[in-house]
Design a protein around this ligand. Structure first.
Ligand SMILES: Nc1nc2c(ncn2[C@@H]2O[C@H](COP(=O)(O)OP(=O)(O)OP(=O)(O)O)[C@@H](O)[C@H]2O)c(=O)[nH]1
Ligand SMILES: [Mg+2]
Length: 192
């Protein structure tokens, strides 16, 4: 699919600020620093659209990007970042929860997990929530450039077993080497 038009709509900190239309939403979920904002920039081919940082905790609000006037990409703040206060963690978890529980237009989850790491308890919680709601999702193993081919294959197999999901529900991704970009685009296409 061709990305013709990308519009950063807003960064929402409460329900009132969510878009009011009924366009489908694809949400990008994952722990802090896993590469959510980088994936958005890479797939949309826009360098600094979503702010990225080597320091975790960069994305704080819920960011809505309108693509081709057809659907939203929703960049969530990352969870599991140890170095923020308890109060802040609670606030983030609350924001994510409210969004997931109130959005009627959520159609697909992209779950990002660092290819070198095991899923965390929070990852399980999030994936189980999607399973429970019967919403389609895809696991995206990020930073694939950090491992060799056979390690990447093993990571895919491991994740399939851990989450009990099908081959087509896992993709490997690298922003550096542009691996997996077309697979992500074909997910977008389903909602465009
Ligand atoms: N080698 C490599 N590094 C990556 C890749 N994707 C992201 N990174 C790096 O990982 C760090 C975090 O990336 P972000 O995109 O800001 O991560 P995020 O998930 O949006 O983080 P939060 O907003 O804190 O939740 C940055 O230093 C990126 O350059 C990748 O495919 N390969
Ligand atoms: Mg981010």
């Amino acid at each position: 699919m061709k990305i013709k038009n990308v519009e950063f709509v807003r960064s929402a900190f409460n329900e009132e600020q969510y878009p009011k239309d009924n366009l489908p939403q694809i949400v990008i979920v994952g722990r802090s620093n896993v590469g959510k904002s980088t994936l958005i920039n890479t797939v949309l081919n826009r360098k600094n659209l979503a702010k990225t940082s080597s320091r975790p905790g960069k994305t704080r609000g819920i960011n809505f990007y309108l693509i081709n006037n057809k659907f939203y990409l929703v960049d969530l703040p990352g969870y599991g970042y140890a170095k923020v206060s308890k109060e802040m963690k609670k606030q983030w978890a609350h924001n994510i929860e409210i969004f997931l529980n109130t959005s009627k237009n959520l159609r697909h989850g992209l779950f990002l997990i660092d290819i070198r790491r095991n899923p965390t308890e929070d990852d399980f919680l999030m994936i189980n929530w999607f399973k429970h709601k019967n919403l389609p999702f895809t696991v995206v193993l990020t930073k694939a450039d950090k491992v060799n081919k056979s390690e990447a294959q093993k990571a895919v197999e491991d994740i399939r077993k851990i989450f009990n999901i099908k081959q087509e529900e896992v993709i490997t991704f690298s922003a550096l080497e542009k691996i997996g970009v077309s697979q992500v685009l074909s997910i977008f296409e389903m909602y465009a």
